[in-house]
Write a protein that binds this ligand. Structure first.
Ligand SMILES: [Zn+2]
Ligand SMILES: [Zn+2]
Length: 150
């Protein structure tokens, strides 16, 4: 299982940006965990087979530029809020307005994506049939608690 303790901290901060460059940010420390979500909503969001989320403390991120916000109710009954660039529409992160200290960063927007090492796959019940989940990672048929360390 992936542990932040084993990661090389000298590569931080890592810069990130949206597709048009209006939103820029810096990730100051390693995420608590990285997960893939195969739910239908994430397939729409990513326009791909699954989305990738890095769970990061708010204090470990510095943002520049204008972000627009949008909310939808999650399956759990919580609110799933999203922050995106109003210019290019690139999704930057998700969050629960009740827990604003936890940011679910979209790490594909980072310059250095070597840190993307997913340890959990969520919502495999809605996964595309052709995608094979790698061995050695945790699988959940639906949601999992992302506030605990893996
Ligand atoms: Zn943009
Ligand atoms: Zn999802």
């Amino acid at each position: 299982m992936q542990d932040t303790a084993g990661q090389d901290s000298s590569i931080y901060p890592i810069k990130g940006a949206c597709q048009c460059g209006q939103v820029r940010y810096r990730l100051l420390q390693a995420p608590a965990m990285v997960v893939c979500c195969h739910c239908k909503e994430c397939q729409k969001l990513s326009t791909s087979a699954f989305s990738i989320t890095a769970v990061v403390k708010r204090e470990h991120l510095e943002f520049e530029g204008k972000l627009q916000h949008w909310e939808r109710p999650a399956d759990s009954g919580n609110i799933n809020a999203a922050a995106f660039c109003p210019g290019c529409g690139n999704r930057i992160y998700h969050y629960d307005p009740q827990k604003p200290d936890v940011i679910k960063l979209k790490p594909s927007t980072l310059e250095n994506t070597d840190i993307i090492k997913p340890s959990k796959h969520l919502w495999v019940s809605e996964k595309q049939n052709w995608f094979e989940i790698p061995e050695g990672v945790e699988q959940y048929s639906k949601q999992a608690d992302l506030t605990e360390k893996s």
